[in-house]
Structure formats: structure tokens, C-alpha cells
Design a protein around this ligand. Structure first.
Ligand SMILES: *Cc1c(COP(=O)(O)O)cnc(C)c1O
Length: 414
């Protein structure tokens, strides 16, 4: 593969190490040559205004001036995710004793999870960088998003998942065609394998491995949208699910960029992370007061969040502490309860990650860590139809009756 430094990645100017600050040219790099720290995109933002954003397409490309993508990105087939609804959740708020609550419902994306955002940006950058195959290790939602985006772009996909994944997520990946491999191991095993394959197949863009600096920037669009949809202002507190921690980290980055660009007023906000108790390395480190987390072996129904060694875990700790937030975890029972609560109060059927977030919202409200009078946003990052097994044992029809009025009356449900 003849990779050269990128010629057109919009406002992106360089790659900078998040640990030691060493800078290098844009290209297919993800680790610092000096200290092996993760690389992050640096920018020179042009003239981005509320008006220029509002005049853009009704998807994430309205923020292309803030992303590492070519300036004509919207002209190339991609999945065009984003601008999902921000739902005012008065019933859920009332149930929990909160005054103002919104759900950012990212199940509305093309493959029904927030992963379409990161994949769309990774695909756009990967094409510019000369990669030929779109690949990933995944806990499920990323597999859907990569397989779909590659199909739409007309390129090959290569997706690797743990073999014990929910059957819904296996089917919803396989349907797009492409190379799809189940691996006998957990996500952290699959992730390590992907890094090894990436070392051999140098024209394969593993979106969350060797293209990770570009991929990660896609999560910023969640933060931008929340601020824009609130009427160009930041919430007081936000609860975000944590797998690798990238989403949470980049929502904070998005808020900081909007403040610096003068697109929203500078004000304090608190960032809260949500994990499942069966995979809670970051929540545990937060509660113990540790600077670094200890990796765990995941065991939870929240498989989309089951990353035992989260790449951005330490940054999540930093952000929660810097903003006055917290990282909390909930049991699998509370995850199921959270899914049902969101569905019953707001008509939104989230996946297990949504259940984790709602469960943590409830727990933090009850403990007093969340301010009940402050404006609160939570993320529903995926669709309950992909994790049916989580709720199947605990939900059922009210009754089964013969098709007669007598049977209806006898059932006592009027
Ligand atoms: C991947 C994922 C997340 C969080 O991802 P990060 O790795 O922390 O960025 C949250 N919710 C769902 C449904 C996901 O698939």
C-alpha cells in the first residue's frame, strides 16, 4: 500500500500524542513513535458559525468543518448518520425526581447505534489515507456499522466478533455480506487479534485500532448535536455509557471545542460515566480513588459495553474528576430494570447499554450525586431490538384470550 500523508482531511492538520505531545504528520498512524501513547487529531478550524452549521446537511456532515474528513465528504456514499432526536423525557424525570431531562436517542442511526457516527468518519478518512478494506474487532454494534458502511461504499469489510455475541447482532452483521469472522474468545482477545492482523494486512483499516484517531473524532458529533439541539447551549450534567471510554471522552472534547469557538456560552458541566457491574474497571477505579484502572474479565449482559481493558479509561477518570462528575455501575438486574423504565416512561426501547445508562442515572439521582434540579442529558446509544434476550424472560403479554367479548370480560383486564 502506498500510503502518503493525507492531502484532504478538512481542518485536520496533524496527529499529536495525548501523553507526550509529540506531533507528526497526518497519516495511517495511531501510536506515538516516542512513547507509544495514543495519537489525537489536531486542527486548524476555519470559520465555523451556528449559521454555517445550520445550513449544512441533516446528518453529521453539518459538522464536517470540525472533523478529519475531506471537504466534499457528503458527495461520497456513506451511511450519513446523525441528527438523531433529543427527546424531552418528562415522565422518566418525574419518576426519578428530576426536573429537566432529555434522552439523546442514538438508536435512530442507520444501523441503530451510535457506532454509525464513528464508522462514517473512519470510512471517510480511511479512503483518503488509501486503505482498501474496512475492518474492526467489535462487541456487535460496530460490526453492524462497519459491514453496512462498507457495503454502501462498495468496498470490502472484514469484521471480527466474540463468538458468544447476541444472535441478533450476528444476523444484523452477516446480512450485509462481507467477511465476517466469529472468534472463540472475549472482546479483549478479539481486539488483540485485530491488532496483530492489522500489522500484516497494511491496507486494512481497522476503524477502532489503526484508524482510531480518526474514528474517535466521530463521537464528537454526539456532543455537538446535544448542544445545538438544546438551542446552542450545554447541559448541566450528562450521563454517558462507557465501553472503551471514547464516546465520553469525545463528548467532553466537543463541548470544549464549542466553547472555544464561541458557539456556546462557557459554563461548568458535569460528566458522568455508566458501566455494568460485570465490567466496571473505570467505575471501580473512580470509587477507589485510583489514577489508573485495573483491567477486568467482563461478565455482563451489557455486551456492547463489555471491554475489560478500555483504551480511554484513564481519560474518562480524568474528565469525571475534572468536571465534578462520577463513574458508577449497576448490576444486570438494574440494567434490565433500566431498559423497562425507559420503555415504559418514554416509549424508547434501548439496548442493554441504554439500560446501564438509565440504571446509573437512577442510582446517581438516589445517591444525590446528580443534582435533581439541573438540566440533565442521558445517551441511549443503541436499539433494544438487538438485545432482546435481556428482557425476553421478564416481559410477556397481559393475557391470552379467545376472540370473544366473554373471554375479554372474563380476563378482568378492562
Ligand atoms: C460502543 C458502544 C458504546 C460506547 O463506546 P465507547 O467504546 O465507550 O466509545 C456505548 N453504547 C453502545 C450501544 C455501543 O455499541
Amino acid at each position: 500500500m502506498a500510503l502518503t500523508s493525507a492531502t484532504n482531511l478538512g481542518p485536520a492538520t496533524a496527529l499529536t500524542c495525548r501523553e507526550c505531545g509529540t506531533t507528526r504528520e497526518l497519516g495511517p498512524h495511531y501510536a506515538c513513535e516516542e512513547c507509544f501513547g495514543p495519537l489525537e487529531i489536531s486542527y486548524d478550524f476555519g470559520d465555523v458559525t451556528r449559521e454555517s452549521i445550520e445550513a449544512g446537511p441533516r446528518n453529521i456532515w453539518r459538522y464536517k468543518g470540525l472533523l478529519p474528513v475531506p471537504s466534499h465528504v457528503e458527495e461520497t456514499p456513506n451511511t450519513e448518520p446523525g441528527l438523531t432526536r433529543l427527546v424531552r423525557a418528562d415522565h422518566l424525570a418525574e419518576t426519578l425526581g428530576l426536573s429537566k431531562l432529555w434522552v439523546k436517542d442514538d438508536s435512530g442511526n442507520p444501523t441503530h447505534s451510535f457506532k454509525d457516527r464513528v464508522v462514517a468518519v473512519a470510512l471517510a478518512a480511511a479512503r483518503e489515507l488509501g486503505f482498501k478494506v474496512l475492518a474492526c474487532p467489535s462487541t456487535g454494534n460496530l460490526a453492524n456499522a462497519v459491514a453496512a458502511a462498507a457495503a454502501r461504499a462498495g468496498i470490502r469489510s472484514a469484521v471480527f466478533v466474540p463468538s458468544d455475541l447476541e444472535s441478533q447482532k450476528i444476523i444484523t452483521t452477516a446480512v450485509y455480506g462481507g467477511t465476517f469472522v466469529t472468534v472463540d474468545g472475549n472482546y479483549d482477545d478479539v481486539n488483540r487479534l485485530a491488532s496483530e492482523i492489522a500489522g500484516e494486512q497494511d491496507d486494512w483499516a481497522f476503524v477502532n485500532v489503526n484508524v482510531r484517531p480518526y474514528y474517535a473524532e466521530g463521537s464528537k458529533t454526539l456532543g455537538y448535536e446535544i448542544a445545538e439541539q438544546l438551542g446552542w447551549r450545554l447541559p448541566d450534567q450528562i450521563v454517558v455509557p462507557v465501553a472503551s471510554g471514547s464516546q465520553l471522552t469525545k463528548i467532553d472534547k466537543a463541548f470544549q471545542e464549542f466553547i472555544k469557538l464561541g458557539l456556546v456560552e462557557d459554563k461548568p458541566y458535569k460528566v458522568f460515566g455508566a458501566q455494568a457491574a460485570g465490567c466496571d474497571p473505570v467505575a471501580n477505579a473512580f470509587k477507589q480513588g485510583w489514577e489508573v484502572f485495573r483491567p477486568v474479565k467482563p461478565d455482563t449482559i451489557a455486551k456492547s459495553l463489555a471491554i475489560g481493558n478500555p483504551a480511554d479509561g484513564t481519560y474518562v477518570l480524568d474528565i469525571a474528576r475534572r468536571t465534578g462528575g462520577a463513574v458508577e455501575d449497576v448490576t444486570d438486574e438494574q440494567v434490565v430494570e433500566g431498559i423497562r423504565l425507559l420503555a415504559a416512561t418514554e416509549g424508547i426501547f434501548g439496548e442493554t447499554a441504554g439500560g446501564v445508562t438509565v440504571g446509573v442515572l437512577k442510582k446517581l439521582t438516589e445517591s444525590g450525586a446528580l443534582d435533581p434540579s439541573a438540566e440533565t442529558v442521558i445517551i441511549n446509544s443503541g436499539d433494544g431490538l438487538k438485545t432482546l434476550d435481556a428482557v425476553a424472560p421478564v416481559v410477556a403479554p397481559t393475557a391470552n384470550i379467545a376472540p370473544s367479548l366473554d373471554a375479554f370480560r372474563a380476563a378482568g383486564i378492562a
